[in-house]
Design a protein around this ligand. Structure first.
Ligand SMILES: Nc1ncnc2c1ncn2[C@@H]1O[C@H](COP(=O)(O)OP(=O)(O)O)[C@@H](O)[C@H]1O
Ligand SMILES: [Mg+2]
Length: 235
């Protein structure tokens, strides 16, 4: 498996307050990798740093071998690294279809091809394609945020807490779809507080604590780990 992307020794601070401390992690072609951690651990900061919204104080980030840690966020997006931020920000006064259209600026795919794929993954979005995004349920808005990201045919998808605030049955649908997105060839870095669901989906995971990676392992080991169980799995 070839390396899609690699962070090495990245440190980030908000002003003088450190948020990430020598974080290193990597994702290989075709993987779904989970990044776990309690609230405030630095998960979103990690994703914002990868997508160029925050510049690291030190360390390097490579995407398909190319350094991106000094690149503008919009350039990084053009390279195919797409971030679905927490809180699913959809354009609420636009229709589902218009929201999707806005995600389709990439030259990597034809619009129709991508609409077909997104509507196949999310039949609910097809049913509601003329509806204003602001009138969708939380789960449907999450589907739309992910669908919009898929319109540009991402090479690496960064998902920040896609299950946040959703009812269990909807969480199930969302995780099912993430699995399908991965199976259709998209590499994924998944940030989740719903550790059990994330560990079932991913093959490998990192645990972030107070801005440091404290554990990297295959998910099977983490699911059977007493410490992890106590902190993250409600055991
Ligand atoms: N914009 C910001 N300005 C200052 N501090 C921030 C900002 N965003 C996050 N932080 C701080 O950085 C740390 C990591 O936050 P975050 O990456 O959002 O964690 P997580 O996503 O794991 O909940 C926290 O201590 C948080 O308070
Ligand atoms: Mg967060």
């Amino acid at each position: 498996m070839s390396m899609v992307f690699e962070i090495q020794d990245v440190s980030v601070a908000y002003g003088k307050v450190p948020a990430l401390n020598n974080v290193s992690l990597h994702v290989k072609q075709g993987e779904t990798v989970a990044l776990l951690g309690v609230n405030g651990a630095g998960k979103s900061t990690t994703l914002r740093t990868i997508s160029g919204l925050i510049k690291p104080k030190s360390g390097t980030i490579h995407f398909y071998g190319e350094p991106i840690h000094k690149m503008n966020a919009h350039k990084i997006v053009e390279k195919g690294l797409i971030h679905v931020p927490e809180g699913r920000r959809v354009f609420s006064t636009m229709s589902v279809e218009e929201n999707l259209q806005l995600g389709s600026y990439s030259a990597r795919a034809t619009i129709q091809e991508r609409f077909n794929l997104v509507y196949e993954l999310f039949p609910r979005l097809y049913e509601r394609r003329k509806q204003l995004a602001g009138t969708l349920s939380g789960g449907e808005q999450q589907m739309l945020a992910m669908g919009r990201a898929l319109m540009s045919k991402p090479k690496l998808l960064l998902l920040d807490e896609p299950s946040m605030g959703l009812a269990p049955i909807v969480v199930h649908t969302i995780f099912d779809t993430i699995k399908k997105i991965n199976e259709s060839g998209t590499t994924i870095l998944l940030v989740e507080q719903n550790a059990r669901a994330a560990l079932r989906l991913a093959k490998r995971a990192y645990v972030l604590e107070l801005g440091k990676i404290v554990r990297e392992d295959i998910t099977e080991n983490l699911l059977n780990d007493k410490v992890i169980e106590k902190i993250y799995l409600g055991g």
